[in-house]
Ligand binder design. Structure first.
Ligand code: PPE
Length: 304
């Protein structure tokens, strides 16, 4: 279904949201974007999950790239609500994006206008229809996550995903659903579009944000849900081989939600099924986004 797109402050029909071939973003990847989900909740109707945290990260990403956004965080939040509302969708994926348009050619983007859009569409389970229940098979990627002095990993920037695409393509071509990237010195980092969690002896471990990962909003939500369920969460440097002896592994992300990993490099994880800690966290997450219980104030209702 093709829904109206909020484009530079106005709604335009889906087919009319076009850009010029000389837009800087096409040549140099100069965009910053977000991925946000809206859920149809029982108690609050259609509601957007952690809207302000996502828009804050978008503003931060723009700041890092010296990109002056024509809209502040509050205006972006209002526009996202309107775009969802206008689509009539109850469950949707929201993609706000700001990019450098047509101006001068060449690497310097400072003289190119910043264009902003918000698109809403339906997006089912990111890693396949059975992924959330049965888990996925993944490999360790041979491409590393970029080093901290190469690109700012706190920014969710278009150009970052040229690296992620290499990881994802290799995984798919090799018959896996996803790849896990290591840091340049060999520690666990994250998936091409997800953060990574390890469970061993009832404790949860996840790479810390100083390891070139995107500081995921689902990641921080899951850390909070785990801690509030009495599970210890440790953030730090995790050696690669911990993957192969983990009791459970899972990915988190807006698109991926909480996806169990059932094997890595053909090592079976746990009993090769979704583990109990993963399942418990999925249920806690669904209680918020499906039931609409909202003890943390993470839901923004779309109407009213
Ligand atoms: N790491 C990366 C590299 C990443 O792209 C994402 C989101 C995450 C971690 C998780 O972040 P968060 O969504 O805030 O929990 N990836 C987005 C885009 C995926 C895509 O293919 O496009 C997403 O999940 O929306």
């Amino acid at each position: 279904m093709e829904h109206d797109i909020w484009f530079n402050g106005k709604f335009v029909p889906f087919k009319d949201a076009k850009i010029h071939i000389l837009s800087h973003v096409i040549h140099y990847g100069s965009s910053v974007f977000e991925g946000i989900r809206a859920y149809s909740t029982e108690k609050k109707g259609t509601a957007i999950f952690r809207l302000s945290e996502h828009m804050r990260r978008m503003v931060d990403s723009a700041t890092l790239y010296r990109m002056q956004l024509p809209y502040d965080q509050a205006a972006l939040e209002r526009a996202a609500i309107q775009t969802v509302s206008r689509s009539g969708l109850s469950d949707s994926y929201i993609r706000p994006i700001a990019f450098r348009g047509v101006g001068e050619m060449g690497v310097n983007p400072l003289n190119n206008p910043v264009e902003t859009a918000i698109v809403v569409f339906e997006w089912g389970p990111y890693l396949g229809p059975d992924a959330l229940e049965y888990g996925i098979d993944v490999q360790v990627a041979s491409w590393n996550r970029f080093a901290p002095n190469t690109l700012p990993s706190l920014a969710k920037a278009g150009g970052n995903y040229i690296n992620a695409s290499l990881v994802k393509m290799d995984a798919v071509v090799n018959g896996y659903k996803e790849g896990i990237m290591l840091t340049t010195d060999g520690y666990l980092a994250e998936g091409s579009g997800e953060n990574l969690f390890v469970v061993r002896d009832g404790t949860i471990y996840t790479p810390s944000t100083n390891l070139s990962i995107l500081p995921g909003i689902t990641r921080s939500s899951v850390i909070q849900l785990a801690e509030d369920a009495g599970i210890t969460v440790k953030e730090g440097r995790i050696p690669r081989e911990v993957l192969y002896i983990a009791d459970e592994l899972f990915f988190t992300g807006t698109a991926a939600e909480i996806t169990p990993i059932r094997s890595v490099d053909k090592y079976t994880i746990g009993n090769g099924k979704r583990g109990p800690v993963t399942h418990k966290l999925q249920k806690a997450f669904l209680d918020i986004v499906e039931r609409g219980n909202d003890p943390y104030g993470w839901l923004t209702p779309v109407s009213g």
